[in-house]
Design a protein around this ligand. Structure first.
Ligand code: F6P
Length: 566
């Protein structure tokens, strides 16, 4: 099978009209989609080496820049016609209108009937976005000011623990969006963080996570930031309770200590109060912020304590700059739109099943994990906005590792496997840690990988290099494997902010083309409901009556028999 030959564009099922604007055709019946389908047949076998040979200026033609991010998308299997048709598709799908709907606070999260306003979290002071007759930007800045005040007090030592000691350790407790965002950004901006402050993250309900994160910490110097949008999440509430027991044990059991060692970030003040955290120590956010879009809200408190309010605000400014670009740049020069449309091209026409995100910066090591939630929780949907089954593939699998580690692990499959895996390479011109030749060697690897993937190595080239004939088939790299390269100047709070907003809006673009709700996550509910049923069955002292399938029943019994004493 030739790479990228599988095509899903001819899917026969189409979504029903439902909430689709009147007169708008189902996606697969739209003229641009149909034209892209025909065009795909014409270009599917075109090779990047020929496309580059035919246009010496291809790299200049297929590049765009915004917010100090240079996007080279020339190593994609596209022509000018592909781009024109993809942009036409975006218009036919109403992308500009959907962007405007988001920015103006319309309830585009239809299944939860909520606006989607993470862009308001980084709107400058004085701007206004109205939801139900109320401006949401002013409260954002009130909370930011409170956060900044608190973060400064922790940083300058005036916030004291129960025994009068300043905070030296911050432990963020949260999961999903209440963990991945702040954790990714803390790792990314570690260079800017206070080196004398230990920042840890506890997310997993596996007790090992808590034990290892707190093993070397003194409760008297430890602040827990408990983050949960809903304040219903089993993992977070369990870990928070364990943390409270741990802290009280270490602080002589005085319940008053909680007020000095625990703060909460949530939309659920009642839940926070019932848990025992004083709501004076609670920082709110709003239901129009999705969990996976929330690390720039109060959910980023641990990050703000680590890097300081000024750097945090610079990150917000970088995000806002990308928001403005997304809202105002023409579609064919709009970074998130271009990346989203290219993702649709591979996903729906080439039948690509995954996208590799490959940051060539160790500080971005948690970026792939963060993007997994951002993209897969957003666009892993099987029905359209009207609740009708989609008749095409939606969100791809996102995965990756920082370069060059991935090169010595899974790149073999990207180079010579049978699957088409579009890649995003992310690199920086200047390292934050200049150390001999390291940065040049790192970037040489990034550049070499994009080149090798695109152009490969033919049998003829191998012959000329003196490779024995019998070995040639094993060593041929057919190339023609697409990639984007994102080249930034330096990793700063602002450039990180722009990069993350770019990916947020890329996710949005894909969802808008597919006509799905990128802002709900009902699929994660079922597992939670079933776990709630199984918990008492595992904890019961007497043998429970089990009514699951025979596999689950057997596993429960085996677990109960063998788990060993407490
Ligand atoms: O995994 C489902 C989910 O609801 C995510 O969307 C969310 O980020 C995570 O759980 C944590 O939720 P909460 O912040 O409400 O604890």
């Amino acid at each position: 099978m030739g790479i990228g030959r599988a095509s899903s564009w001819q899917a026969t099922e189409v979504p029903a009209l439902g909430a689709r604007p009147k007169g708008r055709l189902p996606l697969t019946e739209r003229p641009a989609w149909q034209e892209l389908g025909q065009h795909f047949q014409e270009v599917r076998d075109l090779e990047l080496k020929h496309l580059f040979a035919a246009d010496p200026d291809r790299a200049r033609h297929l590049a765009a820049e915004a917010c100090d991010i240079y996007l080279d998308y020339s190593k994609n299997r596209i022509t000018e016609v592909t781009l024109r048709l993809l942009v036409k598709l975006a218009r036919e799908c109403g992308l500009p209108e959907r962007i405007e709907a988001m920015f103006s606070g319309q309830r585009i999260n239809v299944s939860e009937s909520r606006p989607v306003l993470h862009v308001a979290l980084r709107a400058p002071r004085g701007e206004s976005i109205m939801v139900d007759g109320e401006d949401v930007v002013a409260p954002v800045h009130q909370v930011l000011d409170r956060l900044a005040d608190f973060a400064e007090r922790v940083r300058n030592g005036s916030w004291k623990g129960h025994t009068g000691q300043p905070v030296r350790n911050v432990v963020n407790i949260g999961i999903g969006g209440s963990d991945l965002g702040p954790r990714m950004a803390y790792e990314a901006l570690r260079h800017y963080a206070r080196p004398d402050l230990k920042v840890r993250f506890v997310s997993n309900i596996d007790g090992t996570d808590f034990v290892e994160a707190t093993r070397d910490l003194d409760p008297a110097e430890t602040l827990f930031v408990v983050c949960s949008k809903s304040w219903h999440t089993l993992e977070t509430l369990t870990n928070a309770k364990t943390a409270r027991d741990w802290a009280l044990r270490g602080l002589g059991g005085d319940a008053d200590a909680v007020a000095k060692h625990f703060v909460a970030v949530s939309t659920n003040a009642q839940g926070v109060a019932e848990f025992g955290i004083d709501t004076a120590n609670m920082f709110p956010f709003w239901d129009w912020v999705g969990g996976r879009y929330s690390y720039d809200s109060a959910i980023g408190l641990s990050l703000m304590v680590a890097i300081g309010p000024d750097q945090f605000r610079q990150m917000l400014a970088g995000m806002h700059a990308m928001d403005e670009h997304f809202r105002s740049a023409p579609l064919d020069a709009n970074l998130p739109v271009l990346m989203g449309l290219l993702a649709v091209w591979y996903n729906n026409f080439f039948g690509a099943e995954s996208v590799a995100v490959l940051p060539y910066d160790q500080y971005l090591r948690r970026l792939p994990a963060y993007l997994q939630q951002l993209d897969m929780e957003s666009n892993g949907k099987h029905v359209d906005l009207a609740g009708e089954p989609v008749g095409f593939q939606t969100g791809p699998i996102i995965w990756g590792e920082p370069g060059t580690n991935g090169q010595h692990a899974f790149y073999q499959l990207i180079h010579q496997g049978t699957r088409l895996i579009p890649c995003d390479f992310i690199g920086f011109c200047a390292s934050l840690n200049r150390l001999g030749r390291h940065q040049d060697l790192l970037m040489a690897n990034l550049l070499a990988q994009t080149e090798a993937l695109a152009f490969g190595r033919s049998a003829e080239e191998l012959r000329q290099a003196g490779i024995p004939e019998w070995q040639i088939p094993y060593r041929v790299c057919v190339g023609n494997r697409p990639s984007n390269t994102l080249l930034l100047e330096r990793l700063t709070p602002a450039s990180l902010g722009s990069l993350i907003a770019l990916y947020e809006h890329r996710t949005f673009t894909q969802g808008a083309i597919w006509g799905i709700d990128s802002f709900d996550q009902w699929g994660v509910e079922l597992g939670k409901i079933l776990a709630d049923k199984i918990i008492p069955e595992l904890e019961s002292d007497s043998e429970p009556e089990l009514a699951h399938d025979s596999s689950t029943n057997t596993l429960i019994r085996r677990y109960r028999e063998r788990r060993g004493p407490e």
